[in-house]
Design a binder for this molecule. Structure first.
Ligand code: NAP
Length: 331
């Protein structure tokens, strides 16, 4: 393949149905931007699953190159922070949604959206972290910023065997927390313990309303990737003053709650968004990922696939069948 040509997963839409095909593109096909990156790895996140299946109205224009995150090497740059050869990582900014994304050999983006690859990570590890792991770190930071520390009590993580949940457990385990992992998959119990979970909670234990405004206070903090009935139950189970970092909706968007946990126990519900995080917060989170995420545990979460398998991986992630993180090797 000529130097400026590369393979890309291209989505097209006809009669409301989205299809994906691997095509050969050239740099001239890429959208505007001041940095062109040779993509080494991308990832398959929950949001990628939605996009690859044409759901959620996240993509406005077709043909479209998906991939909400990527890591690689700068090929060309007109941005002051980057020069050819620099290693970079990108998550968020609606790349892969309204901008072309990382499921391609090359991507062109605004340099302001990039973050230098943390020194302790290579491109594959950075995408094993990816949007999911970056979000997990943001959740941990939010809990810490609201006074949570090892010894504050058990931290509950929902959607535990998924991408955000797996990375959150590995980080919390390394930091010395007691971690309760909420999962619907019995076959993941050993995996979750190997990541650092000290207790396993069945998904069903939290999936129905309790019928009470508050329950026994058991959690010193929570990272919730599921939303819906699960988050509704957690709010009533938090210890005095304890925060919940709410980042996901894998189980639904509607919550039913009441004010008593907030006004009698001072429970704090913290919304976490990874997409529009400012640069300084991104640096802070990636620095902590390099420091606090055990690389051997990260390795145990990875399934590596090729570009031709990305569509199938997108279907799997929506069915809740992915364990840990799926990375896509580009070059
Ligand atoms: N706020 C942000 O910026 C941000 C960033 C990244 C992700 N997210 C969101 O966070 C969530 C998790 O993302 P992810 O990449 O970790 O996805 P994922 O790998 O698919 O994991 C989601 C996990 O949720 C659990 N789950 C799935 N369906 C469920 C249901 N109906 N009821 C209860 N639990 C269910 C499963 O865990 P078990 O098999 O262990 O039960 C599944 O593995 C998604 O909603 C995603 O959109 C938000």
């Amino acid at each position: 393949m000529a130097e400026d040509r590369f393979s890309a997963l291209v989505l097209t839409e006809a009669d409301g149905t989205v299809a994906g095909e691997i095509k050969e593109l050239s740099e001239a096909d890429l959208p505007e931007g001041d940095v062109t990156v040779r993509v080494e790895y991308s990832g398959v996140n929950y949001k990628d699953g939605l996009i690859l299946n044409g759901l959620g109205r996240l993509v406005r224009d077709y043909p479209h190159v998906p991939g909400i995150d990527f890591a690689g090497t700068v090929a060309q740059s007109h941005h002051a922070r980057y020069a050819p050869g620099d290693k970079v990582v990108l998550t968020g900014w609606r790349v892969g949604e309204i901008h072309w994304g990382g499921l391609a050999g090359k991507a062109r983006v605004r340099g302001d959206w990039l973050v230098p690859l943390p020194k302790r990570l290579d491109a594959r590890q950075a995408m094993a972290v990816g949007t999911a792991g970056f979000t997990a770190m943001l959740c941990v930071l939010a809990l810490e910023d609201h006074g949570v520390a090892p010894g504050s009590g058990k931290i509950v993580v929902t959607g535990a065997a998924g991408g955000v949940g797996s990375v959150a457990i590995a980080i919390l385990g390394k930091l010395g927390y007691e971690v309760a992992a909420v999962t619907g998959r019995a076959e993941t119990h050993d995996y979750l313990r190997s990541l650092g979970a000290t207790e396993i909670v069945a998904r069903e234990a939290l999936s129905e309303p309790s019928g009470k405004p508050m329950e026994s206070a058991v959690w010193g903090g929570a990272i919730d990737t599921v939303g819906g009935a699960t988050l509704s139950r957690l709010i009533g189970q938090m210890a005095y003053g304890a925060p919940i970092a709410a980042c996901g909706n894998a189980g639904g968007i509607k919550i039913e709650t009441n004010v008593l946990p907030f006004i009698l126990r001072g429970v704090k519900l913290l919304g976490i968004d990874s997409v529009m995080q400012p640069y300084e917060e991104r640096l802070r989170a990636w620095e902590r990922i390099g420091h606090d995420l055990p690389m051997d545990r990260l390795e145990s979460m990875i399934e590596e696939i090729g570009l031709e398998e990305a569509m199938a991986a997108g279907a799997k992630v929506l069915k809740g069948q992915v364990r840990g993180r799926t990375v896509v090797k580009l070059s």
